[in-house]
Design a binder for this molecule. Structure first.
Ligand code: NAD
Length: 484
């Protein structure tokens, strides 16, 4: 199969924070891969803008090393790296002062698409937005891209929205949640809305429950002090898990366009019931041999921040009344895996008798590793000996099904940056969505803070605290296995 790459129009992409960790690891290697895939026109330019005093050659060398370190996929050879680096320019800039801004104003072309990636801490968003405006660098067609975290509560998110809204229209603002750029997440929408099979069953009448798991094997490591101010609820649930929940639970939008999709997602968040603390478990990983505990890594022996959270949520609407959504995410867990599982109800009656066995259909959507979708169906156990039922997977792994083309699937950042250039906001969060997610998150956090809740310890390499399993057990269900 030949992969279809649709080139975009000429553009100038300015990356504020172009020397930072995110730019080195994700943004520039991602742009390089799009270049290799033939998606970047000759008139595309990338301008790094950060504090470090590089000249253009110095910056190109810095990015060459980043690409060599972080772009193992789709590498198109040494000459092509040179050609890519040739598109790069650099301006040393002071986001809070005047240094570099007149130079940037001179470099950014007004006759092509221009986009500005704010790959800096949120405290600089206002300064940068203001200066882009004051130096007349942007116009009504310019786009800005902002990174998570988008606030740490409703008040700060509102403030950030207001800061950006002072200079940019909502149609110009691209709030990144890189989970939305994953191939499987978009495939989830294709499976739901492109087939007749699933949508009629996609409701409380036929779905027993839904599980969303995002498990990481890494700890907080060197980011401990920073992470300790947020925790799993703010760092993962409010954004990534909430976005996945929205896509799985939303009503079919009338069109696959930005506002139609985001309107439906917003309705889901607004229909979420407050989480009852009896259905919520917070955890912190313990030390394991040489591997330090969460508290050691956070630098606070009495930290009450969670590195794991599991909860049961409910969506109050006709489609989902009574169907629980179980969310779970944590660090230092058994394996790195992200999965959404739709667990259907049992068939209403077994014609084969109680001894044959019964298995629920499960549609699982794997985001990592091995992106793909599996449907477990019940069949007869092969061979003689009567009618015994087993469940087998109908598997659609992208790597198997699509062959070489799967190799060319852009990673989340690549796709999302190209969407910015195309002016497509569908896979970006709208301001009201982010605020609604915080409006749901804030009272949950406040309720455990009021109670001085202490997270339960859990072993590294496990599936989280025992209480998380007990919570499920009480509901007569089990968590999906986290497979190594
Ligand atoms: P970083 O600390 O590695 O880099 C910060 C960048 O900002 C540097 O290029 C620095 O020169 C620039 N900068 C800082 N102060 C400046 C100033 N006053 N004027 C001009 N430039 C200035 O940060 P990072 O890890 O690259 O993260 C950038 C943003 O992306 C943050 O908002 C972060 O929360 C978010 N983010 C990062 C990651 C990641 O994996 N690193 C993941 C998700 C979101």
């Amino acid at each position: 199969m030949v992969s279809r790459v649709i080139p975009v129009d000429d553009f100038d992409l300015v990356i504020f924070g172009g020397t930072g960790d995110l730019a080195r690891r994700k943004i520039l290697p991602g742009l390089y891969r799009r270049f290799c895939a033939g998606q970047m026109p000759d008139g595309a330019r990338i301008i790094g803008a950060a504090r470090t005093d590089y000249d253009t050659d110095g910056y190109r060398q810095f990015i060459r090393e980043a690409i060599e370190e972080f772009s193992e996929k789709n590498d198109c050879g040494p000459e092509r790296i040179d050609a890519f680096l040739h598109r790069l320019d650099y301006v040393a800039i002071d986001a809070k002062g005047t240094g570099g801004w007149p130079v940037l104003a001179q470099k950014v072309r007004r006759n092509v698409i221009n986009a500005f990636y704010f790959s800096v801490g949120p405290s600089l968003f206002g300064d940068i937005a203001e200066r882009l405006h004051a130096y007349d660098i942007t116009d009504d067609d310019s786009r800005i891209v902002v990174e998570k975290p988008f606030g740490r509560d409703l008040a700060s998110a509102r403030q950030l929205n207001a800061v950006l809204a002072a200079h940019f229209d909502e149609s110009q603002i691209y709030r990144i949640d890189h989970y939305l750029g994953k191939e499987t997440v978009q495939n989830l929408m294709a499976v739901r809305f492109g087939n007749i099979l699933f949508e009629p069953l996609w409701n409380a009448q036929f779905v027993d429950h839904i599980q969303i798991t995002v498990a990481e094997t890494v700890g907080v490591g060197g980011r401990g002090e920073y992470y300790d101010k947020s925790g799993a609820m703010r760092d993962m649930v409010q954004n990534h898990l909430m976005q996945l929940l929205c896509l799985i639970a939303m009503e079919p939008p009338s069109r696959f366009d930005p506002d139609a999709v985001r309107d439906e997602k917003l309705k889901v968040i607004r229909a979420l019931e407050p989480v009852d603390l009896h259905h919520l478990v917070r955890g912190q990983y313990e030390a394991d041999g040489d591997s330090p505990s969460y508290r050691e890594e956070a630098g606070d022996p009495r930290s009450r921040t969670e590195s794991f959270i599991a909860m049961r949520c409910h969506i109050s609407n006709w489609r989902w009344a009574g169907t629980p959504f179980y969310l779970r995410t944590g660090k230092r867990m058994r394996a790195r895996t992200s999965e959404i599982a739709v667990v259907f109800k049992d068939a209403p009656h077994s014609i084969f008798g109680a001894d044959a066995g019964r298995h629920a259909n499960v549609l699982s959507i794997r985001l990592q590793p091995n992106e793909g979708i599996t449907l477990k169906v019940t069949i007869k156990e092969p061979g003689p000996g009567g009618m015994r039922l087993i469940d087998v997977p109908l598997d659609m792994s992208f790597a198997d099904a699509l062959g070489d083309e799967a190799e060319d699937i852009p990673d989340a950042y690549e796709r999302l940056i190209m969407d910015v250039i195309r002016g497509n906001q569908t896979l970006f969060m709208r301001g009201d969505e982010v605020e609604a997610a915080w409006a749901w998150t804030d009272p949950v956090i406040e309720s455990w803070e009021r109670r001085h809740d202490v997270p339960k310890p859990y072993e590294q390499g496990s599936t989280g605290p025992e209480d998380a399993a007990v919570m499920m057990h009480r509901d007569g269900r089990r968590w999906r296995e986290i497979k190594v």
